[in-house]
Design a protein around this ligand. Structure first.
Ligand SMILES: NC(=O)C1=CN([C@@H]2O[C@H](COP(=O)(O)OP(=O)(O)OC[C@H]3O[C@@H](n4cnc5c(N)ncnc54)[C@H](O)[C@@H]3O)[C@@H](O)[C@H]2O)C=CC1
Ligand SMILES: O=CC(=O)O
Length: 319
């Protein structure tokens, strides 16, 4: 009998085909709607594999409901939705999807950075609303990027890819990481700083740490107060790395100049969210890796990881 693999979201066919010979695939067949928790737990009663996306909380409750589970293959590089320690206790292997999304996410970080600095959403909206009546000397003026300093908080795969792009913009590259990375310093001429110094020196701060107990609210009121009043904060990592209430206050009070956000403390945010009332915040709906090619590659890798474990082989990208 083939092992049951439950896939918690409709994925591209070519990803599903990766499992069709080796597994009995069961699927939550909707693309834009998460599987309800009760359905998920029920489906996992006899499943040996789970392909999850970041809306699924994999915790003690889920693991207890899934006694045959051998592998949780997350279709994301971040795995803060998974209690990895609980999985270890239950003998469940956890995998993620690093590398395949690095360049795509770095592109998005730059798109967000530029959109915020040059006020692209407001500019496009003005034209669409018929409000463009004349060329005006100081209308919709933003901030320069070329020649400024870029601060990367979390110099990992994506952080480095974002920094590499900054070379084309003649930027000074500063970073803070758990540990200095001399090889990146050599490759990109980046300079390691304490978090405190990074906050004070960076014109643009791009956050690219994972969400962990250590990084939750790593950027709060005190940290924002250390930043330049002309600084831009870009968060492409996970919402809770930034204290959102403190960020809203900082943007309202001009403590920093602007923010570009792809992620939030609680997702999705609704139209009444305080960030959306601000003119100096550009908000995207968690689309860092959202290109057809990259999402397809992530889906394929996630399914392949699950299949490998269920066949008794090594997963390609274990956590
Ligand atoms: N917005 C989106 O759609 C996407 C978001 N992400 C997020 O980006 C994160 C980073 O992805 P990768 O670069 O592939 O991961 P990575 O593991 O290669 O890089 C993370 C870096 O953060 C550093 N770090 C960890 N804790 C830190 C701390 N307390 N202080 C300073 N640095 C710390 C690590 O040392 C590492 O260098 C993911 O964990 C995920 O949450 C990733 C892809 C898409
Ligand atoms: O947020 C997306 C991820 O891959 O992590």
């Amino acid at each position: 009998m083939r092992p049951v693999l439950y896939i918690a979201r409709k994925l591209p066919d070519e990803a599903l085909r990766v499992a069709e010979n080796d597994c009995e695939v069961r699927l939550w067949d909707r693309e834009s709607e998460p599987v309800p928790r009760n359905v998920l737990l029920d489906q996992l009663r006899d499943a040996e594999g789970l392909v999850s996306v970041l809306t699924e909380r994999v915790d003690e409750e889920l693991l207890k409901a899934a006694p045959r589970l051998k592998v949780v293959a997350n279709m994301a590089v971040g795995y803060d939705n998974i209690d990895v320690e609980a999985c270890r206790r239950h003998g469940v292997i956890v995998t993620n999807t690093p590398d395949v999304l690095t360049e795509t996410t770095a592109d998005l970080a730059w798109a967000l950075l530029l959109a915020t600095a040059r006020r692209l959403p407001q500019s496009a909206e003005l034209v669409r609303d018929g409000g463009w009546t004349t060329w005006s000397p100081l209308g919709l003026t933003g901030l320069d990027i070329y020649g400024k300093s870029l601060g990367i908080l979390g110099m990992g795969r994506i952080g480095e890819a974002v920094a590499r792009r900054a070379q084309g913009f003649g930027m000074t590259i500063l970073y803070h990481n758990r540990r200095p990375r001399p090889e990146v310093e050599e490759r990109l001429g980046a300079r390691y700083l304490s978090l405190d110094a990074l906050l004070r020196e960076a014109d643009i701060l791009v956050i690219l740490t994972p969400l962990t107990a250590e990084t939750r609210h790593l950027i709060g009121r005190n940290e924002l107060a250390k930043m330049k009043s002309t600084a831009i904060l870009v968060n492409v990592s996970r919402g809770p790395v930034v204290d959102e209430e403190a960020l809203v206050d900082a943007l309202r009070q001009g403590v920093i100049w602007g923010a570009g956000l792809d992620v939030y403390e609680r997702e999705p945010i609704g139209a009444d969210h305080p960030l959306l009332q601000l003119d100096n915040a550009v908000c995207l709906p968690h689309i860092g890796s959202a290109t057809v090619a990259t999402r397809t590659a992530m889906a394929r890798l996630a399914v392949q990881n699950a299949v490998n474990v269920l066949k008794g082989e090594k997963p390609l990208t274990p956590v």
